[in-house]
Design a protein around this ligand. Structure first.
Ligand code: ADP
Ligand code: ZN
Length: 731
């Protein structure tokens, strides 16, 4: 009789069980596909919301959904979260006592579970196989599916046998999920599991809520302390390279009154799980850890991830920062970079051999290039690494996109010196040697090759060795120098030869000019919903109290996002509480009164009324604001209102170039600028060069300046190009 009733829609379950209003990208598509019983492979970043893709179908299927996961530590956590939302879920793995194991088996046999989480080895045990032969399995979900591929970074042999398991339930639809998969791994997953048809869903790996920042590391400990001041009472992870560093840094932070604990493979397993548990339960805010930490962590309210040392690869880095902000609220990712750290890593890499060494060098080069890039949006190289093109020029949430335009200096003289020295040494030496020649060093290598005879010997004493090396890396980055992967020797590119011949100017930065300060900008309050901090604190301690009483992590009760909404909209009835994101029917029953018991008296005392909550926040409108700084908007609007460039310079006490930079950003963010022609007065290039520049923009696009700059052999300065570009943007 029951089956005759209209089946609830995925949307209804999303709201009534999980309390959410809208699906995240591709969730709905995957769910629809699974419900239609088409095998599917879903690739979504960490925090993308993979779990709902099988949890919602599980509630709609008559039979059981089996979820295979290698992360035994997470099963308990997921089952607790589901049960708090009223979903009957169980798990079977080696952490259960024999009694509890049998009890869970019996419950499954009685049909008392919609979802069953198992480790791969448990699934393939005779006991579980015969249990599952007795019940109807409607869906087989393989979580962390990349583990099945030998090409993946986390191959687990026991995953290979899942192909067998797949064959045992030919009627069940199969859903494979992963956050990391190169095309090769993807193909491997599909063929190993003999997924029928090719229903692949690949979500964007862009995590909009992460603010991404790289800062030069000067005095790491002091920089970190300043950074942490902005995250009082918030959870975060600090990654270090070595165990010793972890111990030292966590002790240092603890001394300064931070609640921090260490985590690394050198600690005994009991200490490790105690520390991890304390972090998950919000008893401890900061985890100082090696990369051993994080795999088994589901904590959604990690507000920052700091890389105190350079990560070994972009892939690892992206996975680590991905642990921040899973709840979708803003989170900050900071990498403290020093070239010394890169050199340290290189030392370790050099102890490897052959292909392994080569691969490691390439990965390190990529992350160094990323860290040293002060111009392009951080998201571009990160997403490109995952084969995704990021097309927006300004993401609004990375250091480079929100920085005041970097002051590019004329570095023509040092660049020419360096390039010609590379040429003089026969394009057969690395950067350090070239710098030594310029500095007039008398070391053995120089004397052996007779390089003290060169015309460029000793002509570069105005810069330090460090500055020369930095310049060299910039020249590589700008495409003037080529570096041999194997031997690290430098040679000139065609661009460099032409630039030298035509005496083109070089613009860049010398390291002394970039400061070691970490930006005070953060995603923080700007994107976070405005809310009542005092009420939020009260709600948080209520949540902690309930969580401790139930012996679960606080986020099992409600996420931070849910509490933020409560502290913003002051819901004072059960009905309005149900309107808050994350409050479903069952959680309302279980916890509603406890939270209303906090909100109501708080509001009555202060005479605060409920405020309406729009279900779909006006995201687009906010985005433009996030994409351009406050100052940029002010300047852009004042200019459009008729304020002259001169008065703007005076009001803001800045140079004309700075005002023009703001106007460019304003225009790039999609705003109209009035009277662009008037700005052309600030261009110093000749009329012919102006024409040529406009033609170059026309042909090459106006998104970037460098192509046009190169096309004109550097005859038109970057400052001029910026202004000329405005008239292209205005069209
Ligand atoms: P993943 O497994 O892809 O890392 P999860 O499934 O753990 O991601 O989801 C991350 C967080 O986002 C969880 O706290 C989850 O409850 C929340 N979430 C998932 N889907 C939605 C949605 N549609 N709306 C709001 N929150 C969501
Ligand atoms: Zn950006």
């Amino acid at each position: 009789m029951e089956s005759k009733q209209a089946m609830p829609s995925p949307e209804t379950i999303l709201k009534s069980t999980f309390g959410y209003d809208t699906f995240r990208p591709l969730q709905r598509e995957v769910i629809g596909n699974v419900l239609a019983r088409h095998d599917s492979l879903a690739i979504m970043p960490t925090g993308g919301g993979k779990s709902l893709c099988y949890q919602i179908p599980a509630l709609l299927f008559d039979g059981l959904t089996v979820v295979v996961s290698p992360l035994i530590a997470l099963m308990k956590d997921q089952v607790e979260q589901l049960r708090a939302a009223g979903v009957p879920a169980l798990f079977l793995n080696s952490t259960l006592s024999p009694e509890a194991y049998s009890e869970n088996m019996a419950s499954v046999r009685r049909g008392q579970a919609k979802l069953l989480y198992v480790a791969p080895e448990s699934l393939l045990s005779q006991r579980v196989l015969s249990l599952l032969a007795e019940v109807q399995v409607d869906c087989l979900t393989i979580d962390e599916a990349h583990c099945i591929s030998e090409w993946g970074h986390d191959f687990r042999p026991e995953y290979r046998q899942l192909a067998d398991a797949r064959r045992r339930w030919p009627e069940a639809v199969c859903l494979a999920l992963t956050a990391t998969a190169t095309p090769r791994v993807r193909a491997d997953i599909s063929s190993s599991l003999s997924l029928q048809g090719s229903n692949e869903f690949v979500a964007s790996f862009n995590r909009e809520n992460l603010f991404i920042e790289v800062a030069p590391k000067r005095d790491g400990a002091a920089q970190l302390t300043r950074f942490l001041e902005r995250f009082k009472e918030q959870s975060g992870i600090i990654y270090c390279f070595s165990r010793r560093q972890v111990d030292e840094l966590s002790a240092y932070l603890a001394q300064r009154g931070h609640v921090a604990l260490p985590y690394h493979a050198g600690l005994d397993s009991e200490t490790r799980s105690r520390n991890q548990e304390a972090f998950i339960r919000d008893d401890v805010q900061i985890m100082v850890a090696t990369i051993a930490f994080g795999m088994g962590i589901n904590k959604p309210n990690v507000r920052f991830v700091v890389h105190y040392d350079l990560p070994k690869s972009i892939e690892g880095y992206y996975q680590e920062i991905g642990r921040a902000g899973r709840d979708g609220l803003p989170a900050h990712c900071l990498l403290l970079y020093s070239y010394g750290d890169a050199a340290k890593l290189k030392y370790f890499i050099n102890q490897k051999e052959g292909d392994e060494r080569k691969a490691a060098v390439q990965q390190l080069d990529a992350i160094v290039r990323y860290a040293e890039d002060r111009r392009s949006c951080r998201r571009q190289p990160l997403l490109a690494y995952f084969g995704e093109q990021f097309l927006h020029e300004n993401c609004g949430t990375c250091d480079n996109c929100t920085a005041e335009a970097p002051v590019l200096e004329d570095i023509t003289i040092p660049a020419q010196k360096f390039l010609s020295c590379v040429f003089r040494v026969g394009e057969r030496f690395g950067a350090a040697h070239v710098a030594d020649v310029l500095l007039g060093s008398k070391n053995e290598k120089i004397l052996r090759f007779g390089h003290e005879q060169l015309s460029t010997y000793g002509i570069g004493k105005e810069l330090s060795q460090k500055q020369w090396l930095h310049l060299a890396r910039q020249l590589v980055q700008m495409g003037y120098l080529q570096q041999d992967e194997e031997h690290r020797t430098l040679s000139l590119t065609e661009t460099a030869r032409e630039a030298l011949k035509s005496r083109a100017k070089f613009f860049g930065q010398l390291p002394s000019t970039s400061s070691g300060t970490i930006s005070a900008r953060s995603t923080g309050s700007r994107q976070m919903l405005e809310h009542d901090q005092a009420l939020f604190a009260l709600l948080r301690s209520k949540r902690k109290e309930l969580a401790d009483a139930d012996g679960v992590p606080p986020y099992v009760i409600f996420s931070d996002r849910t509490l933020v909404e409560m502290a913003a909209y002051y819901p004072q009835s059960r009905e309005s509480l149900l309107g808050i994101s994350g409050v479903g029917q069952v959680k309302l029953e279980k916890f509603g009164d406890a939270f209303l018991g906090v909100i109501k008296p708080y509001c009555q005392e202060r005479n605060l009324p409920e405020t309406a909550r729009a279900t779909a926040p006006a995201k687009a409108a906010r985005k433009v604001e996030a994409g351009t700084g406050m100052r940029t908007t002010l300047i852009g609007e004042a200019y459009n209102d008729g304020t002259s460039i001169e008065s703007l310079m005076e009001q803001h006490q800045v140079k004309a170039a700075t005002i023009l930079n703001h106007l460019t950003k304003y225009a790039l963010a999609g705003n109209q600028l009035r009277n662009v022609e008037e700005l052309q007065a600030f261009v110093s290039a000749s009329p012919e060069d102006r024409q040529a520049a406009l033609a170059a923009f026309e042909e090459l696009g106006a998104e970037y300046l460098k192509p046009a700059f190169d096309r004109l052999d550097g005859r038109v300065s970057y400052d001029d190009l910026k202004i000329l570009r405005l008239s292209c943007l205005a069209r």
